[in-house]
Design a protein around this ligand. Structure first.
Ligand code: PLP
Length: 439
């Protein structure tokens, strides 16, 4: 395991650093800058006019169906033998669970193991698959599975395990396989948040025999929505009889409309507009009921295909910003970085930190939110009613996950952050240490 000192980049030293604006000493009220309507979106997933035009042409049938080409691109990029394009990452994950369960045969226990801390969509997929759920704990220092907790679930006979690279922090895949192999369990790699993450130079999404990707609006590489199930090895040829519904014109129009709104409003100057409409519930983590499985729309596939190079450029900007922030942030008992796994190169969809009092420890939580600082998931998966109804297994408490619910906060890393934005983020985190509540 490693700590989060940046890789060998001589330009990145603790503040003040060469080539970056020095952080002025903290003054009373310094963080209360005039932000007018500026508000940072959580993630910037680039789309271009060209991508939107391509999507419109593909959706209306004026351009050839982009989905076979996208399947080949993903198969080559993520070294997969079979690629299925789905309506969302959640659907891809549900399809993965159904596939493993179908292959295991009806004698296998109908239980899937999930991380106790993570995106609620993981729970949605499990509920949609009809399987019972066992939860394993998550290590609060690394965001990776607590292997002792996972082992105790596997010892109970569970054969299907979902593991997620949370916030793009790669999991030690070898360690995980060594844990699962003696029990004959199949690992499903959830790389929905893994864009740009690498583990020993292999991309997240290319590590498991089954992996899923998401192309939702906050995933860095987007088609406004969409997902993919990638499979490798001989079992990939063994296709289960699951049918995915074909998208109808309304689905195509809806994918295009969402993308257009995202393209127009997903920047710091305009994001306040959708963020101030309560009905949109942006930035809110909530449980969503499963929907019937469907194929990806042509519009989404066209956008994903066309915006790939932009997403790669954005990913480099994200990583550079994250490393710069890690080099400049004042770490202490109140503000702690997450540890990377050996060989893990995070994609930094956002920058996760552990703050002793979470978002509540900021002097002005509203200001922190406008800067793009966000609390993480508001509860463990074990606290969700639909999960509790299906819960099996020995554990009823997940101490690591509970710490993460209280303490994990994420910072934006996207390319729309200016030098001033980054300096302000550093300053409010410095302030955090000085608030009475955080002492
Ligand atoms: C870890 C994880 N898995 C699955 C999903 C579901 O992806 P989608 O939003 O494309 O349904 C998400 C979405 O946020 C996620 O973060």
């Amino acid at each position: 395991m490693m700590d989060n000192t940046p890789p060998t980049s001589p330009g990145l030293k603790r503040a003040p650093q060469r080539g970056a604006p020095a952080v002025p000493p903290l003054q009373k009220g310094a963080v209360r800058e005039r932000w007018s309507f500026r508000r940072q979106p959580p993630v910037f997933s680039p789309l271009s006019v060209r991508a939107l035009l391509h999507a419109a042409a593909a959706a209306s049938g004026r351009a050839p169906d982009p989905r076979p080409g996208l399947q080949r691109l993903l198969a080559a990029t993520f070294v997969a033998d079979r690629v299925e394009l789905t309506g969302s990452g959640t659907q891809a994950l549900e399809l993965a669970m159904r596939t493993v369960w179908w292959r295991a045969g009806t004698d296998a226990p109908s239980v899937v193991a999930l991380p106790a801390f993570g995106c609620f969509d993981i729970a949605t997929a499990a509920v949609g698959s009809g399987l019972s759920i066992a939860l394993y704990d998550v290590d609060p220092d690394t965001l990776t599975p607590d292997l002792d907790s996972l082992r105790s679930i596997l010892a109970g006979g569970v054969k299907i395990v979902v593991v997620a690279h949370l916030f793009g922090y790669p999991i030690d895949w070898n360690g995980l396989q060594e844990c699962a192999a003696p029990f004959g369990a199949v690992l499903i790699e959830d790389a929905a948040q893994g864009h740009g993450a690498r583990w020993w130079e292999r991309p997240a999404g290319a590590l498991g025999s089954l992996s899923i990707l998401s192309f939702g609006r906050g995933k860095g590489w987007t088609g406004s929505r969409g997902g993919a199930l990638l499979q490798r090895g001989p079992a990939a040829l063994d296709a289960p009889p699951h049918r995915l519904a074909n998208p109808v014109p309304r689905d195509e129009a809806s994918a295009l409309g969402t993308a257009l709104a995202q393209w127009m409003l997903g920047t710091p100057g305009l994001y306040w507009l959708p963020a101030s409409i309560p009905a949109l519930r942006l930035g809110e983590t909530r449980y969503r009921e499963p929907v019937p499985l469907s194929r990806m729309t042509r519009a989404a596939a066209a956008m994903i295909w066309t915006s790939g190079p932009l997403a790669t450029t954005e990913m480099f900007a994200r990583r550079s910003n994250a490393w710069e922030l890690l080099a400049r942030l004042p770490f202490s008992d109140h503000v702690r970085p997450l540890r990377r796994q050996l060989g893990g190169d995070p994609g930094f969809l956002r920058l996760p930190l552990r703050l002793s009092h979470g978002l509540a420890g900021f002097r002005d939580a509203g200001h922190a939110r406008r800067l793009g600082i966000a609390a993480s998931y508001p509860s463990t998966l074990g606290q969700l009613e639909p999960v509790r109804e299906r819960l099996v297994g020995p554990e009823t408490h997940w101490p690591g996950a509970e710490i993460l619910v209280r303490e994990l906060v994420t910072l934006p890393t996207h390319s729309r952050l200016t030098n001033r934005d980054k300096a302000t983020l550093v300053r409010v985190i410095e302030e955090y240490r000085r608030t009475p509540e955080a002492r």
